[in-house]
Structures are given as structure tokens and as C-alpha cells.
Design a protein around this ligand. Sequence first.
Ligand SMILES: Nc1nc2c(ncn2[C@@H]2O[C@H](COP(=O)(O)OP(=O)(O)OP(=O)(O)O)[C@@H](O)[C@H]2O)c(=O)[nH]1
Ligand SMILES: [Mg+2]
Length: 418
Amino acid sequence: MRALLVGASLKDDRYDIEYSLSELHALALALGIEVIDKMYQKLDRINSKTYVGSGKMNEIIIAIHAYDIDLLIFNDELSPSQIRNIEELVHIEVMDRTYLILKIFEERNQTKESLLEIKLAKDLYLLPRVQYLREKEDRIGGGAKTRGKGETQRELDQRHLRGEILRIREELDRLQKMKSNQIEKRKRNEIPIVALVGYTNAGKSSTMNTILEYTNAKEEKKVLSKDQLFATLSTYNRKITYNKIDFMLVDTIGFVSKLPHNLINSFYQTLEEVKNADLIIHVLDSSSPYINEQLRVVLEVLYSLGANKIPTIYLFNKWDKTINEGLSMPGAKSLYFSNKTKLNLDELMNQILEYVTPSTLRAQILIPYSKGELSNQIEKNCHIYKKEYQSYGTYYDCEIPIKMYSLFHEYDLDTMVS
Ligand SMILES: Nc1nc2c(ncn2[C@@H]2O[C@H](COP(=O)(O)OP(=O)(O)OP(=O)(O)O)[C@@H](O)[C@H]2O)c(=O)[nH]1
Ligand SMILES: [Mg+2]
């Protein structure tokens, strides 16, 4: 497919049009669509009939013929009548940003939950467009005519979609409740949550894999990391044990600007863990010329999630190929990082530990009878679950204040065995 991208730049746009179109370009590429050119018009407001004005539309028609374009992609969501009007003028396929994103999500579906969420968003998108799509099908031929008890095909389609929407919502509700219960349980178990968040393709999944490798986790715990938008479409939780400390590392779906509003809802649901995180690692792509815009997109989503107050480490990832020297986040913790060269990986782990280290830790300890003073310390300062006099010394299963742990490290049964 040879596509032409069409945008509108409005005075109060929150994002620069060049950036926004480059993002649309990346989205098209993710579907294997070849982008031949981009055009945009500065407007006071979007033309209600054809999105851009008639002069621009003529330019578009000329470009379609000149470059043999067979697909127009608009940078905003179009109404059903706008799509119809434009298609009548250009006689080639017309798509909008929303449809493009939904298509990508559909292709990349991974888990049952994300599949349902995407289907729901797509059904909601299609509902007001059923009539037009049906007419188009009839024009092309092969569409069914009126049938049933006086109902039109459109009504049947709409009824079917409404039924589907209801069913999916119920199923999602059920899955969501299960997930909330799991999160609650985890909270009760007090395993701290560290969430990797960031713009799509910034390197969140790679960072998750780097940390898994560093902590000698099993190979099969690794997640998919790929050079494409929305490689990850759901959240993935991995329990990490490092220096005897447990925490839950969460890989999340990446963000883009102007997400279709039907998807935003489901998007937020998959981000439940982020709301409950004890620490956020905000992964940024230092090799992107649009790092500032991408940072803003992510900060806005975090803000609307109510996750903007959670302690955050800004990870300037892909530092091995940065084009942005001297980046920093004033007043916040930040690190230059690379999954390729492992730059600052030790430091990242230290910083994570600072946040996830509980004030006490549970250990099984065997104190030789010759070290009576250490036994006294345990008796005085630790919560003891179990105590046994064994032939070699006193066995304690106890909760030790972290600050004191080094005193007992060599008598920890884990240390003695390994
Ligand atoms: N050069 C370089 N490439 C990196 C680095 N980290 C990740 N990448 C590459 O960036 C691409 C995207 O990485 P992912 O880890 O899949 O990114 P993500 O943020 O999980 O992306 P989505 O799940 O699609 O939102 C992959 O091709 C990675 O190999 C890095 O430090 N340096
Ligand atoms: Mg990912």
C-alpha cells in the first residue's frame, strides 16, 4: 500500500504537527504501509465535511495521481460522514488515525484481556459507522439486503455489535476483578512493585529482560522486545529476587499521543499496576529527536492515571546511540542507560534496591553456641518465628532489621549452603 498522510495543524494543538505526523508515519510503518508523502494544512478548525479545505483537497487529489497513492491516512479521527465525503472525492481508501491504531493493536494481540479490550474498542468505533460501511459494501456488491422481520441489515449489525459490546464488557469486568484481587493480595504480601513505563519502543521490555538477566532469572521469564510500536500490549509481571530482596517488576504497554478515546479506557485498566507501584522507572529513548514530546505524552498519561506522585527514576535509555547530549530531569533521579552496553546497570539496581528494600528481612540463621552475644542481639531486636537448640548452635527463623543483617550474614543458612 502506498499511503499519503494528511494532517491539520490547529492553533491550540498540544503537539507540533511535524512530530504528530512522524508518529503517524511510524504507526503506518508498523502495519507495513509504505508512506510516500505527508501533507498538512494550518486551520482554525477542522473542516466538518472533508477535514481539510477544498483547495488542500485538490492538492491531495493531484498528489494521489502523481504518486500513485492508494491509501489516505488522516491524522485525527474522522466522522463517518467525513470518511464518506472524502472517499467520494478521492476514490481511494481512506483511513484515520484511530483505525490505524486499532488495527495495530488487533494484529499484535497477545493476551485474552488485550484481545477483548481491542475488540471492544473496535466495536465501539464501528457502531456509528455501520450504516456507511454497509452501504459501501452494497455499492461494491455482495452486501445483503433487508432481511428478517422488517429489520434492515444495519439494525441487525448494530444489534449484534451492541450485544457483543455488552458481553465483552462483562467478561472484562470479570478479568479486571480477578486482577485487582491479585494486586490486593500482592499488596498484602507487601512485595513492592516497580513499574517500567514509557513511550512505545523506548526500551521498556528490553530493560525488563536486562534486569532479569542480571538477577539470573530463568530464560523463559523474558518478555518480547522488538523494534516496533506496541510490541507489548499488556502488562507482564515478573518476580525478581536480588540480594535477598523480592520485588515485582512490571512491563507495561507503551504510550503514544492522541490515543483513540475508546482505547484509553482499556489502556488505563491494563495500567492498574502502575497506579499501585512503589517505584516507576520511566524509560526514555535518548536516540529520538522527539524525546521531549514523548516525555510529555507519558507524563500526561501518568498524571491522568494519578500516578504522577510516585517516586520515579528517569532512565535515558539507548544512550549508546543518543543524539541528545546533556539530558537531565531537574530535581529528579535520572540515569544514562543502555541495554546494549549495560551502562549504569549496577547503579540502576542499587537505586531500585533503595526503594524496594524493606526495613526488615526474614532469614533462617544458625548461631554457634560460641557466639552468645549474637544470640542476645537476635533475642532483643528481632521478631522470632521459630527457635531451636541444635547440636551446632541455636536456630532462628526470624525477622531481622536490615541495618543489622550484616552481623548475621555469615550465619544465614542460605549463605552457609551456597
Ligand atoms: N541501541 C539500543 N537499542 C535498544 C536499547 N534498548 C532497547 N533497544 C531496542 O529498541 C527496540 C524497542 O525495544 P523494546 O524493549 O521492545 O521497547 P518497548 O518500550 O518495550 O516497546 P513497546 O512494547 O513496543 O512499547 C528494540 O529493537 C530494542 O532492541 C538500547 O539501550 N540501545
Ligand atoms: Mg515492550
